[in-house]
Write a protein that binds this ligand. Structure first.
Ligand SMILES: *Cc1c(COP(=O)(O)O)cnc(C)c1O
Length: 354
């Protein structure tokens, strides 16, 4: 069902807003849920009903917009003048865009050298005050907490309670789009806010009678930054999937509980598995997502091999961000011969082997 109502209005009854809350919207949410055509067969699971939730189609290219529309609207309602976040990239892009629309000043602290090119370009172009921090994400978030304790700044990281409330809406949309809850939801895990938000959303929909069941949530950290899986914070997290390169997840407890309460688990995938899934999505489904997003599909492939997923399960993989955010990973991964060919038909036919 198409609607052009802003996300906050559409799901108002489930969100902490009133008629007085100003609405800062960029057209977020309402993202497509697309059924897989080729991947189930490719991974030997041809009966699987597999869907992708394309969160990269949000206005700034990631799911962060769902939480940011609410966080910025509430900051405005509270009279805030400036917001701040630490970010592996997508939070900063989203915060910068919504803040500028609301007329708020936006500071972003980015771990120097560890943010994908497209995300950096966004934050700069939207006019945020970008600071490259000589430190990793966890250190940047620690600085943000300390700055906000001293200065009149609203933190819009997922420790801001409105972020997760807004992100619940993705679960609502999936149930609305499928007509029922899926049996399983696969999702990348970084700071662990999103998986926590989905669980809140699925539970709220069930309580309200809009869904008869809730899915098992299966969350995937990258192996080099798998704090929850290992059970301790990782001081120097490493992974090619920069959006989930986080060593001490802020929503650790809620995420761990969400996974177990739902009958799922938090697991990890290697960078090699992530990159395999990233290429498989492009070449089987025509989907270009971020490497971090592909962790959900890498997790699905891993669990299908383990035999833990019923053959006819209804599975949604959340693809959290758009592939165009990180062109360098694509270019470095797949070598293309881009030597110019003369504009001559015979030469062209030779090269094309026609
Ligand atoms: C933020 C982000 C994640 C991780 O989400 P958390 O809520 O931090 O677990 C995954 N993928 C992308 C593309 C992101 O931007």
């Amino acid at each position: 069902m198409y609607t052009d109502l802003p996300l906050i209005k559409r799901y108002q009854e489930f969100l902490p807003v009133t008629e007085k809350t100003p609405l800062v919207t960029l057209g977020e949410g309402n993202t497509p849920l697309v059924q897989a055509a080729n991947l189930p067969k490719h991974i030997g699971q041809s009966k699987l009903k597999l869907y992708f939730k394309l969160e990269g189609l949000n206005p700034t290219g990631s799911f962060k917009d769902r939480g940011m529309t609410l966080a910025i609207s509430k900051a405005l309602e509270a009279g805030s003048r400036a917001v701040i976040c630490a970010s592996t990239g997508n939070t900063s892009a989203s915060a910068a865009a919504f803040a500028i629309k609301a007329g708020l000043c936006c500071y972003v602290l980015l771990p120097s050298g560890a943010v994908a090119l497209g995300k950096l370009a966004q934050a700069i172009l939207y006019g945020a005050r970008v600071i490259a921090l000589d430190g990793n994400f966890d250190q940047a978030l620690d600085m943000v907490r300390q700055l906000a304790a001293d200065c009149p700044l609203t933190v819009v990281n997922s420790i801001n309670p409105f972020r997760l409330e807004g992100q619940k809406t993705a679960a609502f949309e999936i149930v609305d789009q499928l007509g029922a809850a899926p049996t399983h939801l696969f999702i990348p895990v970084g700071n662990a806010g999103n998986i926590s938000a989905y669980w809140r959303g699925f539970k709220a929909y069930k309580r309200s009678g809009r869904a008869a069941s809730t899915p098992a949530l299966l969350g995937f950290e990258a192996e080099g930054s798998a704090a929850i899986v290992r059970g301790y914070p990782i001081a120097a997290p490493e992974t090619i999937a920069t959006a989930i390169r986080i060593g001490n997840p802020a929503s650790w407890q809620e995420a761990a509980q969400a996974a177990s309460e739902s009958g799922g688990k938090i697991d990890s995938v290697t960078d090699a598995e992530i990159l395999d899934a990233y290429i498989l999505l492009a070449r089987n489904e025509g989907i270009f997502c971020e490497p971090s997003s592909a962790a959900s599909v890498a997790g699905l492939i891993k669990h299908c091999k383990l035999g833990t997923i019923a053959p006819d399960a209804t599975v949604v993989c959340v693809l959290t961000g758009h592939g165009l955010k990180d062109p360098n990973t694509a270019m470095n991964l797949v070598k293309a011969d881009l030597t110019p060919v003369p504009a001559e038909l015979t030469r062209l036919k030779e090269v094309m082997k026609l």
